[in-house]
Design a protein around this ligand. Structure first.
Ligand code: AMP
Ligand code: MN
Ligand code: MN
Ligand code: MN
Length: 276
C-alpha cells in the first residue's frame, strides 16, 4: 500500500489540476493520496463536485503557513472537512494576506528595476487561484531578471532578498486549533527544512505537541537518514504520529517525485491509523 500524504495542485503552486494529479498518482502506483495545497482547499472542493469514483483513496488536506517566533512553519491538516465554516473563514483571511503580500513584493521588485512588475502581478492575481512566491520566482526567471529559480529566492524573494516581505501568518497555535476543529490531524511538515539547529527543532516539536499537534512528517525526499531516525525517535517519545509524503509540485521538479520518499520506520505509529 503506497500512501503519499503531501501534494500540491494548481490551487496553490503545483502545476497539475486535481484530476491530473490523481491520474499521475494512479500511474505511479499510489493507493492513497492527500491533496495539501498551501492555505487552500479549492482543489479538494472541486473534486467533491465531481461525481466520479476515483481508483485511489483520497485524503482531503491543506498545508497551512503559520508563524512561530521568527520562523514560518508549514502545518499539514490531514483528513479535514474542507467545507467546515471556521476553516473556510481562516483560509479566506490567509488568501487575503497572500494577495497583499504578492502586491507588496511586486512593488519592491519594481523599485529594484523590474519594470511592469506591479501591473504583471495584478494580472496574475486576477487570472489564477493564488500567487505564491513560487509563481513570482517563475516570473523573474521568465523575464530574465535571474538566471535560475534558486536565485529568484536568494536575490529577491527569500529573507535578505530585494523584494522580501515579512509574512504575517496566523500563529502556530491557531493553525493547529482550526485543523482540529475541522476534524483534521495537524502534522508538522518537513521539520528539517526550517533552518533550525537540533535543539531548537527539539523545542519546536515539544511545543507543537503541547499545543495539540498530533503528527510530524518523518519521511520525505532527501531527508538525511540520521535526521529521519532523530524524527522517528521524537515521534515515539512525544506520542506523535509519523507522516510521509513527496511534497510533489510538478513533474518537471525531479527532487520531489510523486510517491517517492524513504520508508516509514517500523517503530513509528503511522498517521493513517487516525482515519483507517
Ligand atoms: P509561499 O508560501 O508563497 O511563501 O511560498 C513558499 C513556497 O515556495 C514553498 O512551498 C516552496 O514550494 C517554494 N520555495 C521556498 N523557498 C524556495 C527555494 N529556495 N527554492 C525553490 N522553491 C522555494
Ligand atoms: Mn510550495
Ligand atoms: Mn511546505
Ligand atoms: Mn508542500
Amino acid at each position: 500500500m503506497l500512501r503519499d500524504l503531501h501534494n500540491h495542485t494548481h490551487a496553490s503552486d503545483g502545476s497539475l489540476s486535481p484530476i491530473e494529479l490523481i491520474e499521475l498518482a494512479i500511474e505511479r502506483g499510489v493507493d492513497e493520496l492527500a491533496i495539501t495545497d498551501h492555505d487552500s482547499v479549492a482543489g479538494v472542493l472541486a473534486l467533491r463536485k465531481q461525481a466520479d469514483d476515483f481508483a485511489i483513496n483520497l485524503v482531503e488536506g491543506v498545508e497551512i503557513s503559520a508563524g512561530w517566533g521568527k520562523h514560518t512553519l508549514h502545518i499539514l491538516g490531514l483528513n479535514i472537512d474542507p467545507e467546515h465554516a471556521g476553516l473556510s473563514s481562516f483560509l479566506k483571511l490567509q488568501q487575503q494576506k497572500r494577495h497583499t503580500r504578492a502586491l507588496e513584493m511586486a512593488h519592491k521588485m519594481q523599485k529594484a528595476g523590474v519594470e511592469q512588475a506591479v501591473a504583471d502581478v495584478e494580472v496574475m492575481l486576477q487570472e489564477q487561484n493564488m500567487v505564491c512566491r513560487t509563481h513570482l520566482a517563475q516570473y523573474l526567471l521568465d523575464n530574465g531578471v535571474v538566471n535560475n529559480f534558486g536565485n529568484a529566492f536568494k536575490k529577491y524573494l527569500a529573507k535578505g532578498g530585494k523584494a522580501f516581505v515579512k509574512d504575517e501568518w496566523f500563529e502556530l497555535e491557531d493553525a493547529i486549533a482550526i485543523i482540529k476543529q475541522s476534524g483534521g490531524v495537524p502534522v508538522l511538515a518537513h521539520p528539517t527544512r526550517y533552518k533550525m539547529g537540533s535543539n531548537q527543532l527539539h523545542e519546536l516539536i515539544q511545543s507543537f505537541q503541547k499545543m495539540g499537534g498530533e503528527g510530524i512528517e518523518v519521511c520525505y525526499p532527501n531527508i538525511h537518514p540520521g535526521k529521519k531516525n532523530l524524527l522517528a525517535n521524537w515521534a515515539q517519545k512525544y506520542n506523535l504520529l509519523g507522516s510521509q509524503g513527496s511534497d510533489f509540485h510538478s513533474p518537471d521538479k525531479p527532487w520531489a517525485l510523486l510517491g517517492k520518499f524513504p520508508p516509514m520506520p517500523a517503530d513509528v505509529t503511522p498517521v493513517w491509523t487516525a482515519w483507517q
